[in-house]
Design a protein around this ligand. Structure first.
Ligand code: DQA
Length: 152
């Protein structure tokens, strides 16, 4: 029998340090939406894309490494805003390379228009691609790109 419904994919959204403070944290740079509101938008977008979206946030590098390891066998892709660890963490990059799940890197702000130390990403070389500068929309565009990549 012909199955016309696309199979659901499962995606892990990882939010790194200080993103729990979104809404009150430097709103001129990161916008006024809270992390809970961004997660709700991602869930709604996930429904449209027939993707199950799971999310977690941690301020701790090791906890993020653990979450990446645990994604193996549970999820088909990872959407990550590693926050400041983007610019510092070999461990996160190695974890993503180790599990080898398709990964999209996102940033609310345009990291290339900001301080020099934000211009380098340890994550970018192990990601399919990066979306930076569109506020909460970066996450939604990233989810679309990731699900499209997984399906194709
Ligand atoms: C960020 C950019 C990083 O440079 C910064 O450390 C963050 C947030 C962003 O989403 O724009 O915490 O990843």
């Amino acid at each position: 029998m012909l199955n016309l419904t696309a199979e659901h994919v499962s995606v892990l959204v990882l939010h790194g340090p200080n993103l729990n403070l979104l809404g009150q944290r430097e709103p001129g740079i990161y916008g006024s939406l809270t992390l809970a509101e961004i997660n709700r938008l991602l869930e709604e977008e996930g429904k449209k894309l027939q993707a199950n979206v799971f999310h977690t946030q941690s301020n701790h590098e090791g906890a993020l490494v653990d979450a990446i390891h645990e994604a193996l066998g549970q999820h088909q892709g990872i959407l990550i805003n590693a926050g400041a660890y983007t610019h510092t963490s070999v461990a996160l990059r190695d974890a993503l390379a180790a599990v080898n799940l398709p990964t999209v890197e996102v940033h609310l702000s345009n990291i290339y228009r900001r301080e020099d130390f934000r211009h380098h990403s340890y994550i970018a070389p192990v990601a399919i691609g990066q979306i930076s500068g569109f506020g909460a929309q970066s996450y939604l565009l990233g989810l679309q790109a990731l699900v499209h990549h997984i399906r194709n």
